[in-house]
Design a protein around this ligand. Structure first.
Ligand SMILES: [Zn+2]
Length: 521
C-alpha cells in the first residue's frame, strides 16, 4: 500500500530551505512530492503536521558492524532518525578476518565469525536482518591481522600484494571504502608508503579512504599532512575521520587543519572530514600506550605487564603524556569485563589512583593487567570551541563514531551512540544557532551520501529510496550524557527505511527492512 507523509515541512537534504510538501512513498521509493492542494491516491497516512520531513540520516563514521547482529533493532540509531550506517572505520572491519580482536562486553556481538570475506559477513547480517542499512569498508587492522599477524614491522612486497588483493576483493563484493586507524596496532605499524599503496588500490576501485589519523594531539598537523599526501599520491578520495585536537596545548589547531584541507581541495584533492559533537573521545586504554608495548598483540602486552621493569617503562611513557595529550583526570573508565576494579567504572584514572594510593599510570597498568588489556575509556580532551569550529565548516559531515546499542545496559559508554544527531539538531541548531536546520540536515544526509558515492539516498527527491526521518525541530533532544548514557534520543516521530516504517509515532515497529548495501557504480 502507498504511504503519504502528510502536513510536514520538507527539508530535502541539499541545504535548501523547508518547503511545505507531502511525500508519497511507493514500492520503497519516493514516488512524488505533492503540493498541499494536489489530488492524492488512496494511501496510508503518516501525520507530520508541524514536523520536519528530512532524508534519513547517514552516519558516515560508525562501528556498528560489530554490534548490529547483537541488536538488529538498532534503537540508539533509529530513535535519532539514522537510516544508514557506514562501518569499517578506524582500520577495524569484521572481514576479511575470521575472529574479532578484543571488544567491549556492551557490544553484544552474536556472530559465529565463520566467514573470511565481505560476502560471508553480509550473509551473517542478512540471516537476522537489521532495522537500518549498513554499508561497509575494509580496514587496515583486519588486513594486516590476516596477512601479517600483530607484528610491529613493515609489510614485505609479497604481504603488501596480498593486502592489495584483499582490498580489491572487498571492492568487488560491494565495500564502499578502505580505512585506517593509525593510532591502533597493528595498523599503526604501517608506513605512509604502505598506506599509500593500499589507498592506490582503493582508488582504482572507486573506494573512499577514511582515516583515523596517526595523531590527533601534538602532531595533529603532521598527521593531516600525511593523510593529504596519501590522497595526492594515490588519487584516492579522502575522508578525515572525527577531526579534533586533543589536549589543552593543542586546542585551536583544528583551524590550521581545516585550512590545509581547503588548500588541498583547491589543488584538486577530493577531501572532506567529519565530527561528533562532544568534547570527549572513546577508545581502548591500550591506544594510549607506546607502540612497542603492543608489538605482538594483547598477549604480548600482558607478558610485558608481568615483567616489573618493562611494566615500569610502559607506565613511565604513559606518565610522560600526562599534561600533554593524556589527562589522568579526563580518562574515565567506560567498561571493564567482569573481575576486580569494576567499582571504578565511571571514575577517572586520577580518581582511581587516589582511591588506591597509587600513581594514575600505575593504576592504568593494574586495570590492563587484570582485564586482559581490554579496558574501554572515555577521554575528555577536546575544547568546545574546536567542536563548534569543525562542525560549522561546510566540508564537515556529522558522524557518531558510535555503535548501535540497546536502550539499557552495563557500563558507561560514550553518549555519542545515542545522541550525536539529536544533539546537533537540539543544541547546535535550536539552542546555539551555530547551524541552520537545512545545513545541519545536509551534513547528515546529502554530504555523507556524496562522500560514500551513495547515489540513491540522502535527499528527499522523487525516485530516490524512501529513507526518511520525521522529527519535531522544537523537541528533538539527546537525552544521553556521560553520567547516564543509556537514554534514547527524543523528538523523532517517524523513521522509514527502504520505504518501511521502523519508528512510528515515536515508537519502534517490529519491521526489519535494513540490509547490507552493496556499492553500485
Ligand atoms: Zn577512530
Amino acid at each position: 500500500m502507498d504511504l503519504i507523509i502528510s502536513g510536514g515541512q520538507v527539508v530535502d537534504g541539499t541545504g535548501a530551505p523547508p518547503v511545505r510538501t507531502d511525500v508519497l512513498v511507493r514500492g520503497g521509493r519516493i514516488a512524488g512530492l505533492l503540493a498541499p492542494d494536489a489530488p492524492r491516491p488512496p494511501a496510508e497516512v503518516l501525520d507530520a503536521t508541524g514536523l520536519v520531513v528530512a532524508p534519513g540520516f547517514i552516519d558516515l563514521h560508525s562501528h556498528a558492524d560489530f554490534t548490529l547482529t547483537g541488536h538488529p533493532a538498532a534503537d540508539s540509531a533509529v530513535y535519532q532518525g539514522v537510516t544508514t550506517l557506514l562501518g569499517g572505520n578506524c582500520g577495524s572491519s569484521p572481514f576479511p578476518m575470521a575472529r574479532p580482536s578484543g571488544s567491549g562486553s556492551f557490544l553484544g556481538t552474536r556472530f559465529a565469525w565463520d566467514w573470511t570475506d565481505l560476502a560471508g559477513f553480509a550473509g551473517a547480517v542478512a540471516a537476522d536482518p537489521p532495522a537500518i542499512n549498513l554499508a561497509t569498508q575494509v580496514g587496515l587492522n583486519a588486513l594486516r591481522t590476516v596477512v601479517m599477524g600483530p607484528e610491529r614491522r613493515p609489510a614485505t612486497d609479497e604481504e603488501l600484494d596480498r593486502m592489495r588483493a584483499l582490498v580489491a576483493e572487498a571492492a568487488a563484493q560491494g565495500a564502499f571504502g578502505f580505512s585506517t586507524g593509525l593510532i591502533y596496532a597493528p595498523g599503526s605499524y604501517a608506513s605512509a608508503e604502505e598506506v599509500t599503496a593500499l589507498a592506490a588500490t582503493a582508488a582504482e576501485h572507486g573506494l573512499l579512504y577514511s582515516t583515523h589519523m596517526r595523531n590527533e594531539a601534538d602532531q595533529l598537523i603532521d598527521a593531516v599532512t600525511e593523510a593529504l599526501d596519501t590522497a595526492r599520491r594515490s588519487g584516492v578520495r579522502l575522508e578525515i575521520s572525527h577531526l579534533k585536537a586533543m589536549g589543552p596545548a593543542n586546542h585551536g589547531k583544528v583551524r590550521r587543519a581545516l585550512e590545509l584541507i581547503e588548500e588541498a581541495r583547491a589543488d584538486g584533492v577530493d577531501v572532506a572530514a567529519d565530527v561528533y559533537p562532544y568534547t570527549a573521545s572513546s577508545t581502548r586504554l591500550t591506544s594510549r600506550l607506546p607502540g612497542w608495548a603492543l608489538d605482538g598483540g594483547d598477549g604480548a602486552l600482558l607478558r610485558r605487564l608481568g615483567e616489573p621493569e618493562t611494566r615500569a617503562r610502559i607506565a613511565a611513557e604513559l606518565r610522560a603524556r600526562f599534561g600533554r595529550d593524556v589527562d589522568p583526570a579526563g580518562v574515565v573508565i567506560a567498561e571493564l569485563p567482569d573481575g576486580p576494579y569494576t567499582e571504578f567504572i565511571g571514575r577517572s584514572l586520577a580518581e582511581i589512583g587516589e582511591a588506591r594510593g597509587v600513581d594514575p599510570a600505575d593504576a592504568a597498568m593494574d586495570l590492563l593487567a587484570e582485564h586482559q588489556a581490554n579496558v574501554a575509556i572515555v577521554n575528555h580532551a577536546m575544547a568546545g570551541a574546536d567542536v563548534a569550529t569543525v562542525l560549522a565548516h561546510p566540508l564537515v559531515s556529522v558522524a557518531s563514531d558510535g555503535w548501535t546499542l540497546k536502550p539499557s545496559g552495563e557500563g558507561r559508554p560514550h553518549p555519542r551512540s545515542f545522541g550525536t544527531f539529536a544533539r546537533v539538531l537540539g543544541r547546535y541548531v535550536r539552542e546555539d544557532g551555530l547551524l541552520t536546520l537545512p545545513d545541519a540536515v545536509r551534513k547528515m544526509t546529502s554530504l555523507p551520501a556524496s562522500r560514500m558515492g551513495l547515489a540513491d539516498r540522502g535527499e528527499v527527491r522523487t525516485g530516490l529510496v524512501a529513507d526518511l526521518a520525521v522529527f519535531d525541530p522544537a523537541q528533538v533532544t539527546d537525552e544521553s550524557d556521560f553520567t547516564d548514557p543509556w537514554r534514547l534520543a527524543t523528538g523523532v516521530r517517524h523513521v522509514l527505511v527502504n520505504g518501511v516504517p521502523v519508528l512510528r509515532d515515536g515508537t519502534t515497529t517490529a519491521a526489519r527492512p535494513g540490509r547490507v548495501l552493496p556499492r553500485t557504480t
